[in-house]
Write a protein that binds this ligand. Structure first.
Ligand code: TGC
Ligand code: FAD
Length: 390
């Protein structure tokens, strides 16, 4: 793809600063050079390109909102969103690698870690020297992480950790894992578990039809001795991991629209080039309807993202506002991918075009970080004050 027709129907570019635009063009150039030419092959082979980790570190894709003092970018939330959007325009799995490292590994260490933990882990994670993962979901506790059974006991000079996590992005190659587990009183805490600790293993999950260029696996803890200094001291309770999810879900709201823009862009150009019945298929009303609806949904989602980003910058965004954006934007991105697939006809199922890969990836994005229906229930709770999760 040599031309990227960035849809900006409502001139949202006018709301961005020169720095935002500079960040966007540099990440876009990186994605065009380092991801787009190879990602189809990686996905077809279910290969996680580990070398991307260092490259993401070099371009500042890890922890852009973390202070520069710890190796982060010291940027605002609009910049973070733009980075996620441009990476996911390349591939949702690549964005997963970056958003897990930034929002789910660096963020909890930055917000809840001791000074020693911040100094030890953040610079290496920011530079891509180390890769991290986030362990919340368990085999029997996905939407309901509060039911987790992974636990740790105080053994005097260390903690003893037991249990298992499932569906963990980055786990097979991670150097460290931020793990959420209950203490003897049933209170949730975050612990940093390092590769090499005895009894800690990270088996890979095979056979995915989605996010095939991203490594996913388990975290297994069999009497792992975790040093006491590895407990995150700043916050406990389920609210701690849920705060991290707020940050990651915000990034996904932007990211999913990156994938949608790539599908729209490809569908628009294909429709103008593909001739049937002696005319470009773009001249048929039914194809125009698909394109017009895609552009409408992308535009609404862009406005939502921009406004949510300004609220994040002011520290005013609520969990329910983030849920609305994550739910809406991933849903419309998936619909756009499906419609783009139709416009490409048979070609839409091949790796010649990015559509089928985006579509399959988005089937995970609609489920992880809170499913489509869980976000609806978060909104329902916010509207009525009545939790309907159980
Ligand atoms: P609930 O009773 O509502 O809350 C428990 C405690 O947490 C507090 N809280 C928050 N605190 C800070 N920020 C937030 N956003 C918070 N939301 C809730 C709340 O006040 C309460 O505090 P306290 O002091 O009273 O204890 O919790 P619940 O058990 O009823 O669950 C609510 C529910 C279902 C919405 C929540 O558990 C949920 O969001 N479930 C979905 C699970 C999920 O999203 N998992 C994601 C795993 S990570 C992932 O998917 C990564 S994929 C990444 C990638 O590859 O890109
Ligand atoms: P379940 O919770 O079993 O849900 C199954 C269905 O039941 C869903 O449709 C759901 O909406 C519905 N449902 C559940 N409860 C209710 C209810 N109360 N009311 C109505 N409907 C309900 N987790 C991590 O911790 N770290 C990661 O890095 C991570 N990466 C992931 C990567 C991939 C590729 C995938 C697929 C998942 C990843 N996850 C990760 C896990 C992800 O967050 C969970 O899959 C998700 O939270 C849903 O949990 P579940 O799969 O157990 O589904």
């Amino acid at each position: 793809q040599d031309v990227y027709d960035h849809p900006d129907f409502y001139a949202i570019d006018d709301l961005l600063t020169a720095e935002h635009k500079l960040i966007r063009s540099s990440i876009r150039d990186f994605v065009k050079k380092e991801i787009t030419p190879y990602v189809e092959d990686w996905a077809q082979r279910a290969h996680f390109p580990y070398e991307i980790v260092k490259k993401f570190g070099d371009i500042g894709a890890f922890g852009p909102t973390v202070s520069e003092q710890y190796g982060g970018g010291g940027l605002d939330y609009i910049s973070y969103g733009i980075i996620m959007q441009e990476i996911e325009r390349g591939d949702s799995g690549m964005r997963s690698t970056a958003s897990v490292q930034g929002s789910l590994v660096m963020y909890p260490i930055y917000k809840f870690g001791s000074e020693a933990q911040k100094k030890k882990y953040l610079p290496k994670l920011a530079s891509g020297e180390w890769l991290g993962c986030f362990g919340l979901t368990e085999p029997d506790h996905g939407s309901n992480p509060g039911g987790m059974v992974t636990n740790f006991k105080d053994m005097g000079d260390h903690y003893l950790l037991n249990g298992a996590k499932m569906w963990i992005s980055n786990s097979p190659r991670a150097d460290i894992a931020v793990v959420w587990a209950k203490n003897e009183e049933g209170r949730v805490h975050g612990l940093v578990v390092e590769r090499g600790m005895e009894g800690f293993s990270t088996p890979e999950t095979h056979g995915k039809w989605s996010l095939r260029a991203s490594a996913t696996g388990e975290l297994v803890f069999d009497n792992v001795k975790v040093p006491k200094e590895n407990l995150l001291p700043g916050k406990s309770g389920l609210g701690a991991p849920l705060m991290c999810l707020d940050s990651a879900r915000y990034g996904i709201a932007w990211g999913a629209i990156g994938a949608a823009m790539d599908c729209y862009d490809s569908a628009r150009r294909y429709a103008l080039e593909r001739i049937q019945f002696g005319k470009p298929i773009a001249s048929f009303q039914l194809v125009q309807k698909k394109l017009a609806e895609m552009l409408s949904e992308i535009t609404k989602a862009q406005l939502l993202n921009w406004r949510l980003g300004t609220l994040m910058n002011e520290g005013k965004a609520t969990t329910a506002q983030i849920s609305l954006a994550k739910r809406n934007n991933v849903h419309v991105a998936l619909e756009i991918a499906r419609e783009a697939r139709q416009i490409h006809g048979g070609m839409g199922i091949t790796g010649e075009y990015p559509i089928m890969r985006h579509m399959m990836n988005l089937e995970s994005v609609v489920t992880y970080e809170g499913t489509h229906d869980i976000h609806l229930l978060i909104l329902g709770n916010n509207i009525t004050g009545i939790p309907a999760f159980f």
